[in-house]
Design a protein around this ligand. Structure first.
Ligand SMILES: Cc1cc2nc3c(=O)[nH]c(=O)nc-3n(C[C@H](O)[C@H](O)[C@H](O)COP(=O)(O)OP(=O)(O)OC[C@H]3O[C@@H](n4cnc5c(N)ncnc54)[C@H](O)[C@@H]3O)c2cc1C
Length: 323
């Protein structure tokens, strides 16, 4: 354990830039009540990336130079070496496809504990309390790893990114990347993959108020007119009408869109857990006492089979007027 108590955030880069969850984790790391210094660990990254990390709360940036594209074995080895060299107090990863395989691989190579898929983080003196649903989402558990650095993966969108003043100290770590046992032969874009609800600014969710699987086509039409993605409640996934990746809520995804439209969703506590940081919520439900109305900014009480087609028609009309 170091005196400096550095909290590291592993930064994921995509062709579109820094993954939002990395910026969200920097903001959360800054808010943790510990005499800490927040550092970003970034594989490569140009000046724009470094500026962006500095603006979003990194006080120190370890730039790992010499790593090519992501490969599990080389990244594991290099990150483990950096951790051994600099001895941070806490290391955080986004619970993304990459974070979910890289963090456990780094943790096991260093014989460290790891809490996966956290939905909150807090400090008890120097001890990181990692909160996550457990036993199928039936309880919320506070977990603390006994080994240091304490490591966790954290769900995207449970925290918000923030901007800070100040300029980060840059440390360039040049590595001779070890040879990977993996070779990328071809990259194939997934066919017919459901549009991700995690990054969408507008999400339209359907619940058990929809009577048939085909009725989700209505939601797809509404989503495509608004440039949004379609999500759903858990029973819809259980029926096999939508993929698990579209489930919103405690045992599904946590999202923070600008606009969330809940259609035929009652708004159970488990569903609400996934939309706490949605900026505006519109609910369409025939039951005026549905709990979703307690958190909705706009309530449309009525039959979704009348309201949704009317919305689609209205949006079509607007589009034609603009053309
Ligand atoms: C451990 C655990 C974890 C869970 N995790 C999740 C989770 O991650 N996400 C999740 O969603 N749920 C989760 N659940 C399930 C949750 O408790 C609820 O059962 C579920 O959210 C209800 O889904 P729903 O709103 O689609 O269905 P319902 O509660 O049945 O609501 C349907 C709504 O549709 C309305 N409706 C019906 N017909 C119409 C119509 N024609 N027009 C307009 N409105 C209409 C009704 O008034 C009703 O409010 C979890 C449960 C447990 C025990």
């Amino acid at each position: 354990m170091t005196d400096a108590k550095e909290i590291w955030v592993f930064v994921e880069l995509t062709s579109a830039g820094i993954r939002q969850v990395s910026l969200q984790l920097l903001a959360k790391a800054r808010a943790l009540e510990i005499n800490n210094r927040v550092a970003a660990l970034v594989p490569g990254g140009n000046e724009d990336v470094l500026k962006e990390l500095s603006k979003h709360g990194a006080e120190k940036i370890y730039v790992v130079e010499g790593l090519d594209g992501y490969k599990l074995d080389t990244y594991t080895e290099v990150i483990a070496e950096c951790i051994k060299k600099y001895n941070p107090h806490i290391v955080l990863f986004g619970a993304t496809h990459i974070g979910r395989e890289l963090a456990p691989s780094v943790a096991s190579s260093l014989r460290l504990g790891l809490t996966a898929d956290c939905t909150d983080l807090s400090m008890q003196v120097d001890n990181l309390i990692q909160t996550r649903p457990a036993f199928g989402g039936n309880i919320i558990a506070d977990i603390s790893c006994k080994t240091f650095p304490q490591m966790a993966t954290v769900r995207p969108n449970v925290f918000s990114a923030k901007e800070f003043d100040g300029e980060a100290e840059i440390i360039r770590e040049k590595v001779n990347a070890p040879k990977s046992i993996f070779e990328v032969i071809e990259e194939i874009k997934a066919q017919g993959e459901h549009r991700s609800i995690e990054d969408a600014r507008i999400v339209i969710s359907g619940g058990r108020g929809l009577k048939r699987k085909e009725d989700f086509e209505m939601l797809e039409m509404l989503a495509s007119s608004l440039g949004g993605a379609v999500g759903c409640s858990r029973p819809i996934v259980e029926k096999g009408w939508m993929p698990k990746s579209a489930q919103v809520g405690q045992s599904g995804k946590t999202i923070s869109p600008d606009l969330y439209i809940a259609i035929g969703v009652s708004g159970s506590v488990q569903h609400q857990a996934g939309i706490k940081s949605a900026k505006k919520i519109v609910a369409i439900n025939s039951d005026p006492n549905a709990p979703i109305f307690d958190i909705a900014d706009y309530a449309l009480v009525g039959d979704l089979y009348e309201i949704v087609p009317a919305m689609i028609e209205e949006l079509k009309g607007e589009k034609n007027d603009r053309a």
